[in-house]
Design a protein around this ligand. Structure first.
Ligand code: C2E
Ligand code: CA
Ligand code: CA
Length: 851
């Protein structure tokens, strides 16, 4: 297990572990040595104590023996004893006269007294009484005692020793009985006096006291085998035992527990610190690993950064805190034409400057706020051409200190030019360069709503006989006429007035402070004459006329739209009254308005009577062959006027809630038709801005989807920028809600609204449709082509499908193909067709083998 774990450990952790193991071993060894010494001391102490106690016990015994011997010797080496005890009345002398009688028992504690001679006992006293039994009757050691007594007696001494007396260990002392001075002529004495003292408890206690030891006792040899402290009582088959103190064991007992506790605590501390050390080492390993990993990550991110820097369309820069360039990516040279080395070390402010602010101050602001930011700047490329760029920057901050700045720089010169052009186009008519309806409305709004309320005249002009020119000689002739007439019109007004083209052959002139009616009439006369002057076009003399309707704000104050409508009614009257003339709007002309009311009523009934029909115009992939989706375009089969086009009734419907009725009919019809198609392509439905303001389009669309069962992703809504003009916030919310239904949103007529690019960025559009106006001049006007290219690039950059509408010529299609437009729509590929015809077209495509 150890080695298994060891495998996962770093060298450092392994060293730490080895150190810990060594330290532990050292500690255990020290502890063992200490314990060993302690043990030796304890054992030595105990041994010494045992030896001392043995010595004391032995001395006590020796003293006892000496006492006994001298006592018996006192009675044996005695003339009277010699005389009487060898005589016939030994007992009378010994016992009755108490010479060696009861007092020896009662006072001196001898249990038995014998006088031995050869094999007999001449006198016997047992427990203070005369006994007729000799020593041999109580002990096996009678002969030994006799022999030892006689032997000692020859040396003038007494003998002492042990014997077993009636099974009890006992001490004997024996002395020859003889006169103190022995004359030579007498036979050698042979009788022996024997005193026997039982080694019973009182005797032993006394012995113990004299030895200074406790627990003196006797034990049989067998029982005493494992008693450490004993002295043999030879001849008695017993040993003397006592309690010895064991100071060594005591020492161990008192020292070991605290020692063990200390060892335990040390082991605990060791294990905790070992674990801590291992953990610390592991954490160092981990941070080291992390460091290695982040080093590796850093290296790979540097490599990635380099790859991105080389591949990006922007160039990347870095400066130090003083704004001197320290790094420029390779793209810098490609985009600016400058060599990287020429700029490294120079301040970035020498390269870039900004008309709306100071680059240095802006960067310093970023350092303070520590936020990222972007700024529009300009610089001069190597050819000294002014380029516009957007720099994005962020301060490089380390421990609160700004070390420099880094960021990207994107060249937006083309984007800015395209934007400016689109802005211009959104306010101007592309063909004539005159202000368009947008600018007209803005102009009128400024002057109608201003506090001064300058009186003005709105003149609506419509060319007479223009259609034959256009149809007979082609668009180019028509365009030439329109351009020339626009110029003549512009020349006939003052600077403060406005000439606008509404589209087709419709113009509007706004005259500020028009003066008296007669003055206005002279102006109209002048205009009619000026426009009637013939125009030379490729050898043809072209001549058109004009009819004018006039509305005066002083007479019929109202909104710009109302003024224009009045002028339109007056124009209608002028046309009816024979053309090439003018009419002032008057209340009586409301008959025209009445006619409109009739039409409105007809339309309301017509929707109910199912007089509306949908025609369908396919949208193709830019290959011009594959149908990508289909646009539904409404028509009205009027019972008297025949098939009416949307221009003739949509505006009317938009004036009332009819547009909601119409819009919902189109939605429902388009969805159910789409379900009948052989190809599962989506259907596009045009939504009028009026629908957004008059109805809840989100619920209308949801209803159309749920009623028909068409999957939401097959429905696309075409919305113009005008939807966003009135209520920017509300429109955004509505469009987000529509997106949540799952439908696609297409920005229709792109390029004709106000600030197209801004809307495109903010709103959730899936696709853009470039207005046909741009497509029509695609092949002839390079500036229009640049705008179209810019829109396509913009759409691609924002992941939007870009469609070009109004494609009428193969040349236009080829250009769009070159410019990588996604989808195309127009008469060249298919006009709007009735439903059955569309189904046939699709069936043909469905059968075509896929290549
Ligand atoms: P739009 O949405 O711009 O539709 C394209 C118009 O251009 C259609 O006119 C179509 O027939 C026409 N067109 C298509 N290809 C070409 C071409 O190659 N050259 C030329 N010169 N024109 C082409 P249409 O059908 O007369 O519709 C006119 C406008 O009426 C539409 O313009 C759209 O804004 C509106 N409209 C049509 N149907 C509906 C509808 O159901 N609801 C609403 N609210 N508006 C509709
Ligand atoms: Ca459309
Ligand atoms: Ca259009």
């Amino acid at each position: 297990m150890d080695s298994l774990q060891g495998k996962g450990l770093s060298p450092r952790s392994q060293v730490v572990r080895r150190l810990i193991v060594m330290f532990t071993l050292l500690l255990v060894l020290t502890l063992a040595i200490a314990l060993g010494s302690l043990w030796r001391i304890a054992v030595g102490l105990d041994q010494r104590e045992a030896a001392q106690s043995r010595f004391h016990a032995q001395s006590a015994l020796d003293q006892l023996h000496a006492r006994e011997r001298s006592y018996v010797l006192g009675h044996g080496f005695w003339q009277a004893a010699y005389d009487h005890l060898n005589g016939p009345n030994a007992a009378a002398w010994a016992f009755d006269q108490d010479n060696i009688g009861p007092t020896l028992y009662s006072q001196d504690g001898y249990y038995a007294v014998y006088v031995l001679d050869q094999d007999t006992s001449r006198y016997a006293m047992l427990a203070g009484r005369l006994s007729d039994q000799g020593l041999a009757a109580h002990s096996d050691s009678a002969a030994r005692v006799l022999a030892q007594g006689r032997q000692a007696g020859q040396r003038g001494e007494a003998a002492s020793g042990y014997l077993l007396f009636d099974g009890q260990p006992a001490l004997f002392a024996a002395s020859l009985i003889r006169p103190p001075a022995l004359p030579h002529h007498l036979p050698a004495p042979s009788t022996v006096l024997v005193f026997i003292r039982l080694l019973d408890a009182p005797v032993l206690d006394g012995l113990g006291r004299s030895a200074g030891l406790r627990g003196f006792a006797t034990a049989t040899l067998a029982a005493a085998e494992d008693q450490p402290d004993q002295l043999p009582l030879e001849g008695s088959a017993h040993v003397l035992t006592w309690h010895t103190l064991q100071p060594g064991i005591e020492l161990l007992r008192s020292v070991l527990p605290p020692l063990a506790l200390a060892a335990l605590i040390m082991a605990l501390i060791l294990s905790i610190s070992a674990r801590y050390a291992m953990r610390a080492s592991a954490s160092i390993d981990r941070s080291q690993q992390k460091m290695l990993a982040s080093q590796a990550a850093l290296q790979s991110s540097e490599a990635r950064f380099k790859a991105v820097a080389e591949a990006a369309s922007d160039w990347i820069w870095e400066t130090d805190a003083d704004l001197h360039l320290t790094y420029l990516s390779a793209r810098f040279a490609e985009l600016t034409g400058h060599a990287v080395e020429d700029w490294l070390g120079r301040p970035i402010t020498a390269l870039l400057d900004c008309d709306t602010g100071d680059v240095r101050r802006w960067l310093q602001g970023l350092a303070t706020s520590q936020a990222a930011g972007s700024l529009r700047c300009q610089y001069h490329d190597r050819l000294q051409q002014r380029r516009i760029c957007r720099i994005a920057a962020r301060a490089i901050v380390d421990s609160g200190q700004c070390l420099g700045f880094r960021g990207t720089c994107s060249d937006i010169t083309d984007e800015v030019a395209a934007h400016a052009q689109i802005q211009h186009l959104s306010q101007h008519d592309a063909l004539t360069g005159l202000p368009n309806r947008n600018q007209l409305m803005r102009f009128l709004e400024q002057d109608c709503q201003g506090s001064g309320q300058v009186p003005l005249a709105v003149l609506m002009l419509d060319l007479d006989n223009f259609k034959p020119v256009n149809d007979g000689l082609g668009h180019a002739a028509g365009d030439a006429v329109l351009i020339e007439l626009a110029a003549r019109l512009s020349r006939s007004v003052r600077d403060c007035d406005l000439v606008a083209r509404l589209g087709g052959d419709e113009f509007v002139v706004v005259l500020m402070r028009p003066g008296a009616r007669s003055e206005l009439e002279r102006f109209c006369q002048r205009v009619i004459s000026a426009l009637q002057a013939p125009i030379d076009f490729e050898g043809h003399r072209l001549q058109v006329g004009v009819s004018i309707g006039i509305a005066l704000s002083s007479q019929y104050p109202g909104s710009p739209a109302e003024l224009i409508r009045c002028a339109d009614v007056a124009l209608y009257q002028a046309k009816r009254d024979g053309k090439h003339t003018w009419r002032f709007f008057s209340a009586e002309m409301n008959s025209t308005l009445a006619e409109r009311r009739v039409l409105e009523r007809d339309l309301r009934q017509g929707i109910g009577r199912d007089e509306l029909v949908l025609h369908f115009q396919p949208r193709y992939k830019v290959d011009g062959v594959t149908i990508a989706s289909v646009e539904a375009l409404v028509r009205w089969q009027h019972p008297e006027h025949g098939l009416l086009m949307p221009d003739q009734f949509i505006a009317l419907a938009e004036e009332s809630d009819l547009i909601v009725l119409l819009g919902n009919w189109v939605l429902a019809q388009a969805c159910s038709r789409a379900l009948q198609w052989p190809l599962p392509v989506s259907v596009s439905v045009n939504m009028s801005p009026a629908q957004f303001s008059r109805s809840d389009v989100v619920s209308d669309v949801r209803q159309a989807l749920t009623h028909s069962g068409l999957p939401a992703q097959r429905l696309e809504l075409e919305i113009t920028e005008n939807v966003m003009l009135n209520d920017i916030e509300g429109a955004l919310q509505t469009m987000n809600a529509l997106k949540e239904l799952g439908v696609r949103l297409n920005m229709d007529d792109f390029g004709t609204g106000y600030s197209s690019l801004g809307y495109l960025r903010t709103y959730p559009f899936d696709s853009i449709k470039i207005d046909k106006r741009f497509i029509q001049s695609l092949a002839s006007s390079t500036s229009d082509r640049r705008v179209v290219q810019a829109i396509i690039n913009l759409g691609r950059a924002m992941n939007m499908t870009v469609t070009a509408e109004g494609v009428e010529t193969a040349e236009q299609l080829a250009v769009l193909n070159d410019d990588q437009c996604h989808e195309v729509q127009g008469y060249l590929l298919s006009r709007p067709v009735p439903h059955q015809r569309l189904v046939d077209l699709m069936a043909a495509q469905a059968q075509r083998p896929v290549d």
